[in-house]
Design a protein around this ligand. Structure first.
Ligand code: HEC
Length: 125
């Protein structure tokens, strides 16, 4: 089944083409899918910030960070996704402060890049 990772990448590429609305999102998706799926990752592939170690440690048990890096969800949507991963994919339930740390990190660094008062500057979002 050596073709499986490539099929996954192809699927991701198709999916991402339809949701690539902003240039920086498209670039993030390109970077995310450029890495071979089974390549060993370092924590630093994720954006620096409070909660990064927690996210990297907890979320890479089943898949690499590409799924995270290509995503741009609101806090609410990330929060729902945590339950989805638990219900559908047997992730250990995330609760309490630890959940907040993870969801806050994801929403802050992998949220929708809307053009807000700060002009959508990627360094300020
Ligand atoms: C127990 C295994 C497991 C863990 C732990 C896990 N996931 Fe997942 N996740 C999955 C599976 C399985 C999928 C579906 C993969 C696919 O569709 O190719 C998935 C899909 C995703 C997706 C894509 C969803 C979409 O609709 O585009 C994102 C984003 C994601 N996970 C983020 C995370 C984050 C963030 C964490 C850490 C809080 C995490 N995952 C932890 C199993 C897991």
């Amino acid at each position: 089944m050596r073709w499986l990772p490539y099929a996954a990448v192809a699927l991701l590429l198709c999916a991402s083409a339809t949701i690539a609305q902003t240039p920086d999102l498209a670039q993030r998706q390109a970077e995310a899918t450029a890495a071979p799926p089974d390549q060993q990752e370092e924590e630093t592939v994720l954006a620096e910030g409070e909660g990064r170690s927690e996210v990297f440690g907890y979320c890479t048990a089943c898949h690499n960070t590409a799924l995270i890096r290509r995503s741009a969800f609101t806090r609410e949507r990330w929060d729902e996704l945590m339950d989805w991963m638990t219900e559908k994919h047997n992730m250990n339930p995330l609760e309490g402060e630890f959940r907040d740390t993870i969801v806050d990190y994801l929403a802050k660094h992998y949220g929708p890049r809307t053009r807000g008062p700060r002009g959508g500057n990627p360094f300020l979002n």
